[in-house]
Design a binder for this molecule. Structure first.
Ligand code: NDP
Length: 295
């Protein structure tokens, strides 16, 4: 049931965490395995440090083994790769996440390639991108799989529905399009991916039964771009100046929420929507890795 049209990230993330906790206890009881997540942070970016802490807290809530490796900004790529090699062979660790952004002297592509694909809980390794496209079990990129989890939780059918994803990044748009296209529950949609070369974007988005905005532009999707009754998923997280707030800014999505909500049949708020799903899905990937789902 969707109350007040709002697809609530907090509710869905809590339900997913509750299920993960039960399955983690079963895994420990039946096979003596505690899921483990290693998070590597290079440098001192305060936002990254906050994300890393929240991942550690999620591990604590779920009874996972957690290891945080904080490395100085001047860490060489070779040193980071050596740590990843250690974590690849550490049996306590089922998931490895190297927090982005990394310092400029480190090539993120090299880092992703160094992670054992079975422990790549971000789902960024080319082997896992390929497995997702083929339809083989793989760790699914956390934000896109969070979107699918929200649709499933609220019983929103995707089969045969016209889904338009605005944005084609490797982080959100492309993997989400692949998940929606996949056969089975949460998939089977008729998928269109739009991007900055779309031209008249509204003529495309108005066809959507399910419209996903992953653009990075505050309030870009306006009411006249949305078909009445559409389900609207806002992945955008944008900081806009707001002198009336204590911090001097506030967070808004890619969708003009106040204008679009009356037109949509259901909508995710920002904050309080997709953004809350990412860590839950990271924990889910770590659990699945510990269960051997990607072996
Ligand atoms: P990127 O900047 O990598 O990609 C943005 C995409 O939007 C590109 O494909 C771009 O097209 C497209 N785009 C830009 N302008 C337009 C336009 N005017 N019309 C149509 N398409 C356009 O961003 P990300 O995918 O990484 O992130 C998107 C948003 O989602 C951001 O606000 C980000 O903060 C948020 N986000 C939220 C997460 C969460 O909830 N946890 C996680 C990740 C991201 P082109 O390819 O042609 O340039």
């Amino acid at each position: 049931m969707i109350e007040n049209k709002i697809i609530d990230g907090k509710t869905v993330a809590a339900a997913i965490e509750a299920r993960i906790k039960i399955q983690a206890e079963e895994l420990l009881g039946n096979r003596g395995i505690t899921p483990g997540l290693a998070v590597v942070l290079v440098g001192t970016d305060p936002a990254s440090a906050t994300y890393v802490r929240s991942k550690g807290k999620a591990c604590a809530r779920l009874g996972f083994y957690s290891a945080t490796h904080t490395l100085p900004e001047e860490t060489t790529e070779g040193e980071l790769l050596a740590l990843i090699a250690e974590l690849n062979s550490d049996p306590r660790v089922h998931g490895i996440l190297v927090q982005s952004p990394m310092p400029k002297h480190i090539n993120p592509d090299t880092v992703v390639l160094a992670i054992d694909p079975r422990k790549d809980v971000d789902g960024f390794h080319p082997a896992n991108v390929g497995r997702l496209v083929i339809g083989l079990p793989s760790p699914e990129p956390c934000t896109p799989s969070g979107v699918i989890a929200m649709l499933k939780h609220y019983g929103i059918q995707t089969r045969g529905k016209r889904a338009v994803v605005v944005g084609r990044s490797m982080l959100v748009g492309k993997p989400l399009a692949n998940l929606l296209l996949r056969k089975g529950e949460g998939g089977d949609a008729i998928v269109t991916v739009a991007h900055s070369a779309a031209g008249d974007l509204g003529s495309i988005t108005r066809q959507a039964d399910i419209l996903v905005a992953a653009i990075g532009r505050p309030g870009y999707i306006t009411a006249n771009m949305v078909k009445p009754g559409a389900v609207v998923i806002d992945v955008g997280i944008n900081r806009v100046d707001d002198p009336t707030t204590e911090k001097g800014y506030r967070i808004v999505g890619d969708v003009d929420f106040d204008a679009v909500a009356p037109v949509a049949s259901a909508i995710t708020p920002v904050p309080g929507g997709v953004g809350l799903m990412t860590i839950a899905m990271l924990m889910n990937n770590t659990l699945r890795s510990a269960q051997g789902a990607f072996d």
